[in-house]
Write a protein that binds this ligand. Structure first.
Ligand SMILES: Cc1ncc(COP(=O)(O)O)c(C=O)c1O
Length: 445
């Protein structure tokens, strides 16, 4: 597609597209009187360490997601750790995880003595590449962790097919994808178990909290036994008798969490989470309308595309957490993504940067980290085969700074404001010749 030559880019002294960034489009989380009253109610009762509000939140979360069980956590990282343990991951085992994601999807496996066998991502979805999983499965592979990255649903049919063939569990990391759908079904209701962050910046914010959800009673009970000691039926001077354990093997440890963790959610967060969940669909619908308006206005331009599923597939973005665009330098004469983003920022868009999360497989923790002080990297300390991978092994993850960029995450639908933002991106695309002619400069991050 031919693009028209625009005015001089702001990077070279032309007029900026946006003179000011309207904070009201981005304010998050949206905290109302209802949140405040709910949190105050917990404070006034002194019920921060109880479980009554959390249990109501769990029931509502499970119903919303369409799962039988949910369990609250102080954060998403702990929900992932518990899910891994519940799925049978232990010392000497392996899990498969995309390398380009937040560390919390992978690092808890090390704390269980397991190795992480990283897989590459698909450059169009930024999620784990389903074609890069099966050949990584070995005799000790216990689980595949999938991350619906930046809200984009993973290719679950293919992933579940591989997992079922090999008897491997699938853990969905839902932290980015509250409300996202895969072929009509909610993300988080597709694998064996789901774990989610509900921290303040997420599209379902509960302060600082996490949630696990599953249909499998045994997985649920293992999570309870692992870190929710007060629900295991043990004697307690501080809590009323409470027992969510029916499995006799787990019941033997009543009163003390098997993992030695204390995974109870602070009830001020549970209270906020309940209110936020109540308003979630309405707010997510407004976000979707805003984000789709932004991308619809840029449709058809060379070099950049929306990171969203195609319409009519039944797959969709939920709350659009951490939204990105896909970048294809070859359509813009080889212009680097960093330089493109620099031009967009000069037009007044402060949040446009190349890349997303850095590839984890190159991080020293997954090469030499020795969590158990054995004088040996935990990745190989328990007799695992060596699945550590060096530079060049996962080329898409390693090129993430060239294939995608962050875009503004609009929370409110204000068409004119949103269009100004889109105009800034359009101007950088249309002005790519100016950028090429003036040569590449390293964009400060
Ligand atoms: C993909 C992913 N997984 C897990 C987590 C961990 O959640 P938390 O920060 O609540 O521990 C995050 C948090 O940002 C995340 O982005």
């Amino acid at each position: 597609m031919r693009v028209r030559e625009p005015d001089r880019l702001a990077l070279f002294g032309g007029p900026r597209t946006l003179r000011r960034e309207p904070a009201e489009l981005f304010r998050w989380p949206i905290v109302t009187r209802k949140d405040e009253q709910a949190v105050l109610g917990v404070l006034r009762r002194g019920a921060m360490s109880g479980t009554d509000v959390t249990k109501s939140f769990e029931a509502e979360f499970a119903a919303w997601l369409g799962r039988r069980h949910a369990l609250g956590y102080p954060n998403g990282t702990e929900a992932i750790r518990a899910a891994l343990w519940a799925c049978g991951v232990g010392a000497g085992d392996e899990v498969i995880c995309p390398s380009m994601t937040y560390w919390a999807a992978a690092a808890p496996a090390l704390s269980l003595g397991a190795a992480v066998h990283f897989a590459d991502i698909d450059p169009d979805t930024l999620c784990i590449d389903p074609r890069d999983i099966e050949h990584r499965i070995g005799p000790r592979t216990r689980a595949i962790i999938v991350v619906h990255y930046a809200g984009y649903p993973c290719e679950m049919d293919a992933i579940l097919g591989v997992a079922r063939r090999h008897g491997v569990r699938v853990i969905e990391d839902l932290s980015h994808a509250h409300g996202s759908r895969y072929r009509g079904r909610k993300c988080g209701s597709l694998g064996d178990i789901a774990a989610a962050s509900l921290m303040s910046g997420k599209s379902l914010p509960a302060g600082e909290a996490g949630m696990m959800a599953t249909d499998d009673r045994l997985l649920f009970e293992r999570c309870v036994a692992y870190g929710h000691y007060e629900r295991t039926g043990g004697p307690s001077r501080f809590n009323p008798p409470d027992n969510q354990i029916t499995d006799p093997e787990l019941a033997r440890y009543a009163g003390i969490p098997i993992g030695g963790y204390k995974h109870r959610m602070n009830q001020t967060c549970a209270a906020m989470g309940r209110v936020q969940l109540e308003g979630f669909e309405r707010r997510a619908a407004e976000i979707r309308r805003a984000m789709n308006r932004f991308w619809d206005r840029l449709e058809g331009l060379p070099g950049i595309r929306a990171h969203r599923p195609a319409p009519g597939t039944g797959s969709s973005m939920g709350g659009w957490y951490y939204p990105h665009g896909l970048y294809r330098a070859e359509e813009l004469g080889g212009l680097s993504c960093a330089r493109f983003c620099e031009a967009v920022r000069a037009e007044g868009v402060s949040g446009c940067f190349p890349g997303a999360n850095e590839a984890l497989h190159l991080h020293p923790l997954f090469h030499t980290g020795d969590l158990f002080r054995q004088g040996k990297a935990t990745m190989i300390a328990f007799g695992q085969r060596d699945v550590r991978q060096g530079p060049g092994s996962l080329p898409v993850c390693e090129a993430v700074e060239e294939i995608c960029f962050s875009v503004p995450w609009f929370k409110r639908y204000h068409p004119r404001g949103i269009e100004r933002y889109a105009d800034a991106f359009r101007k950088a695309v249309e002005g790519h010749r100016q950028l090429l002619d003036r040569g590449e400069a390293e964009a400060p991050r």
